[in-house]
Write a protein that binds this ligand. Structure first.
Ligand SMILES: [Zn+2]
Length: 123
């Protein structure tokens, strides 16, 4: 088996590369079903990305949801002004981006092209 990282040849039954020590398994050990459920239920909070070990993008996904919601609630007034409308529109666009990101993640999990933090596809 050829290592994806250093291209060294290892025995076929080897689980780790004999030269660089990286895993030779092609698929992630993470559950695809669990990732999909987390993505559908808590996707906007980035929980599925954290589950796959992608902590930084998971946190970023969480922030693109929580910050506009928190600031939107904090700045909301019943008397709408132009400044407030612009602000709420900006938050709405960020939320829309977050939503599109989650839909893309879900479709990647369904189509088996989503990878974990090690770059291995989730079976
Ligand atoms: Zn290697």
């Amino acid at each position: 088996m050829v290592c994806e990282h250093c291209h060294a040849l290892s025995e076929d039954e080897a689980r780790y590369c004999s030269r660089c020590g990286s895993s030779l398994e092609l698929f992630s050990k993470k559950s695809r079903t669990a990732a999909l459920i987390l993505c559908i239920v808590f996707g906007t909070l980035g929980v599925h990305r954290a589950y796959l070990g992608k902590w930084w993008t998971g946190i970023l996904q969480f922030l693109t949801f929580s910050i506009p919601i928190a600031l939107g609630i904090a700045s909301f007034r019943w008397e709408l002004s132009t400044a407030l409308l612009v602000e709420l529109c900006a938050f709405g666009i960020i939320l829309l981006g977050n939503g599109i990101w989650v839909v893309i993640d879900a479709s990647r999990i369904v189509s088996r092209t989503m990878t974990d933090a090690l770059g291995k596809r989730i079976g």
